[in-house]
Design a binder for this molecule. Structure first.
Ligand code: KG4
Ligand code: ZN
Length: 364
């Protein structure tokens, strides 16, 4: 029987500095503490995450985060069985800061150190939140990533498809900027879309007729730009109704694209004849109720259960990194002091790398 372990997790790959303590065995874990310091305010004036500012903020807050997580858990560092830290992919300055912090703690205490792929953290979250058994289908949909993965085991993932250019969250953020809504764009567009007419603009559903489950969002963004420019040329500005209709029509296009490709990904997944049939989503865009509802409908149609972890576990956090450590510890030796930080780190090394997937955002 696998032994219960207590693991300190560290996450610093984008603009959240996080530490957490998780205890348990693979598939059955409890979050004892989870501390997240967001950096949104630090980057607000720049319209995006500035890597240098992010790296400095991580370096300043990592020790406070770790101390906070241990205090909240009521445990000492000496009571940890291991330390797990994100070692990629991400903004390299932040990843280095987290890895160096973890190495320092490991060297000082002799505790084993495990490097964790940030995407594995997201992809294994349904195990932490709900103990979902393998294999399950996962749609990771965030500000920096969009991929359909089959999770076969804690360190075995097959990517079925994903975006060939922008991530959906990135598209939500850019489109919000284009039509004069605030940041982050996802919640702003979702709110504006509530009063909008989703049929006013016939925006494209890129790659809809292409087989497989790859997605594309950059053409959609350009289509919104053109529609906006046409309105501005005609009336010298956007009314609230125009904003709402643009938001609703854009959201409908993203929803249709994700739902259509989810159906294809489900077919591929079900071809594997899994014992349990579960489709999980994670990432900030999974917070969108219209998208969630559409994915749920697809799952109902094909008789697969739908799982969405609580939002705090969908967005970046260190509990998922500690949990991935607990999942992977029985399978491999610690990385130790040889661990290096990597800006790129595909989850499925057997599939061909995707064209521009995630190239702009280190956010995953
Ligand atoms: O997972 P996340 O917090 O950060 C990473 O990308 O790792 O995702 C943030 C992204 C942002 O692009 C944000 O606009 C989008 O998720 N987002 C949403 C919603 N809430 C957040 N997109 C659509 N609808 C939402 N309600
Ligand atoms: Zn992430």
């Amino acid at each position: 029987m696998t032994q219960t372990v207590t693991v300190l997790g560290i996450e610093s790959s984008c603009d959240d500095t996080a530490a957490a303590v998780v205890r348990g065995v693979p598939g059955q874990m409890e979050i004892l503490s989870s501390v997240v310091f967001g950096q949104t305010a630090l980057h607000a004036d720049f319209g995006g995450v500035v890597p240098e500012i992010a790296a400095r903020a991580h370096a300043e807050r990592l020790d406070v985060s770790v101390a906070g997580a241990l205090e909240e858990a009521g445990l000492a560092l000496s009571e940890m069985d291991a330390i797990a830290a994100t070692c990629g992919p991400g903004l390299i300055g932040g990843v280095v800061a987290g890895v160096m912090t973890a190495k320092g703690l490991s060297a000082a205490t002799g505790k084993p150190l495990y490097g964790i792929n940030h995407l594995a953290g997201h992809a294994l979250t349904p195990r932490l939140s709900d103990g979902i058994p393998f294999p399950y289908l996962m749609l990771l949909v965030s500000g920096g990533h969009c991929q359909f993965l089959v999770a076969h085991g804690p360190d075995k993932f097959t990517r079925l498809g994903g975006t060939i250019d922008d991530a959906p969250g990135e598209a939500f953020d850019k489109v919000a900027r284009l039509i004069g809504l605030g940041q982050p764009g996802g919640p702003a567009i979702e709110a504006a879309a509530q009063d909008g007419d989703a049929t006013r603009f016939a925006f494209p559903r890129p790659l809809a007729n292409k087989p497989g489950c790859d997605l594309s969002f950059s053409g959609l963004k350009t289509a919104v730009l053109r529609a906006r420019d046409d309105i501005v040329a005609e009336k010298a500005g956007l009314t609230q109704t125009d904003q709402a209709d643009l938001a609703a029509s854009f959201q409908a296009a993203v929803t249709d694209s994700l739902a259509g490709k989810a159906r294809r990904a489900l077919d591929l997944y079900l071809d594997l004849s899994p014992q349990t049939r579960t489709f999980c989503v994670a990432g900030g865009v999974a917070a969108n109720m219209t998208i969630r509802a559409a994915l749920e409908t697809v799952c109902k149609d094909v008789g697969v259960s739908f799982n969405a972890p609580p939002l705090a576990l969908c967005t970046d956090n260190a509990a998922m990194i500690a949990a991935a450590g607990i999942e992977q510890m029985p399978l491999r030796a610690p990385d130790g002091m040889g661990l290096s930080a990597r800006p790129r780190m595909p989850l499925d090394t057997t599939s061909a790398s995707m064209l521009g997937s995630g190239k702009k955002g280190a956010k995953a």
